[in-house]
Design a protein around this ligand. Structure first.
Ligand code: ASP
Length: 414
């Protein structure tokens, strides 16, 4: 059945039916954005497709378009996943305007053309609260493909709500020889205070720089003077609406981009362009949970995940990394069942140390693994990635307590 991206189609496979807007796919699956906003990927073999409605005139989903190349400039690919930065999107219908073709991005932000040849590619088109680990895999594969095809840098346009999870995921899933830069905007292009132009220009500036890290580039202060460059594993959205919502925690930012002259200054060490070979570690175990402990929380909260056979659990404990004494037997039960329990802190700043108080010592005796100074959501994403690499408890412990992608400040002291 012939259909175009943007058409409404019905796909039937193995007795299941999926109806919605046909979306681009990088994996060969048929991707449909359903009415509830979720995208599903369907194996094409054995699938029957019916065209329900042609897409509305003028609403195209451009895929892999290329502006005319200037040989003297580097090449950047902008991968779009949606969010406010893709603000011409109608999320209810899934329809997309031409905003993310290379030419249209350049039309919207002409300064980009001075920085690089821009190629646009849509991975998905969602608000980032709908992001799923499967899309991290699509994204990581697309980044690797673009680098293999000669991109000198990658910019990933992403919703701000869960950008830190996706940035952490790609930090673990990719070893990159070029910059991979996440960018978003807190305020859409139609608002006078929009941050999307400055953020996009700063992101492109970092994408052609020497900083071959997975990083997040976002507004640094309340004025329009530049952006901070954060490690993908050290950053957090710390405000609901301010443009300077993104902050590095337990670390300084890698550096800063001055918007007036596009100069980059750096504070920290980073992997240099070309230093590392491209590698993709795409296996992850999504069945992991992040559980917040609160005073008097019932240990049954933890029991739920153990009984549902979750593969790993991160606890956001209090202070140095604590839960109440009545949670300790559940920690022991999980550990004995081969489910690693990782402890982080809701303080966010500082390092876990479960040796100071009785509760902490009991947690360690029960098998809890201290996550050093990792942010709770980074520990969750890392655990998913680690469980994709090994199920050996000693190796899991070693991975979780030692840095892989700058997520821990220094090596374990134990
Ligand atoms: N909720 C939106 C999202 O994360 C907000 C944004 O785009 O910044 O996709």
């Amino acid at each position: 059945m012939d259909y175009e991206l943007g058409d409404i189609i019905r796909v039937t496979r193995n007795g299941n039916e999926y109806e919605g807007v046909a979306m681009p796919s990088v994996t060969g699956h048929i991707v449909v954005k359903m009415k509830n906003g979720y995208n599903v990927g369907i194996e094409p073999e054995g699938a029957e497709i019916t065209l329900i409605e042609k897409k509305a005139e003028g609403k195209t989903i451009p895929h892999k378009e290329k502006a005319q190349a200037n040989k003297n400039l580097p090449n950047i690919t902008i991968l779009s996943t949606g969010g406010t930065i893709a603000s011409k999107v109608d999320y209810r219908t899934g329809a997309v305007t031409a905003h993310f073709s290379a030419d249209d991005i350049v039309k919207a932000i002409p300064e980009l053309e001075e920085i690089a040849n821009i190629r646009g590619r849509i991975i998905t088109n969602i608000l980032s609260e709908n992001m799923k680990p499967e899309t991290w895999i699509d994204l990581a594969r697309a980044v690797a493909e673009e680098i293999e095809n000669g991109a000198d840098g990658i910019v990933i346009a992403h919703g701000t709500d869960t950008m830190m999870y996706s940035a952490a995921a790609l930090s673990f899933m990719l070893q990159t020889p070029v910059p991979v830069v996440f960018v978003g905007s807190q305020r859409s292009a139609d608002r006078p205070s929009s941050d999307n132009v400055m953020n996009a220009i700063c992101a492109a500036t970092v994408a052609i720089s020497d900083i071959a890290e997975v990083c997040v580039v976002m507004h640094e202060s309340s004025s329009d003077d530049g952006c901070a460059i954060h490690y993908g594993t050290r950053v957090r959205k710390m405000h609901t609406s301010r443009r300077d919502a993104f902050k590095s925690l337990n670390s300084e930012p890698i550096g800063h981009v001055d918007y007036s002259n596009r100069e980059i200054t750096t504070n920290l060490n980073y992997a240099k362009r070309g230093e590392k070979k491209l590698k993709l570690f795409e296996t992850i175990q999504p069945k992991c949970a992040l559980v917040k402990f609160t005073p008097a929380a019932d240990p049954a909260v933890l029991s739920y995940y153990i009984d549902k056979r979750y593969k790993g659990i991160v606890i956001e404990g209090t202070g140095l990394g604590h839960v109440s004494t009545d949670w300790v037997p559940e920690i022991e039960r999980a550990t004995k069942a081969g489910i690693p329990i990782i402890v982080t802190s809701q303080c966010l700043n500082g390092r876990i140390c479960d040796r100071v108080y009785d509760t902490g010592r009991d947690m360690i005796k029960a098998g809890a693994i201290e996550a050093e100074d990792m942010l709770p959501e980074v520990a969750l994403v890392k655990l998913m990635w680690v469980l994709g690499q090994t199920d050996d408890m000693d190796k899991i412990r070693e991975f979780m307590q030692n840095p892989v992608a700058k997520e821990i400040a220094c090596c374990s002291l134990k």
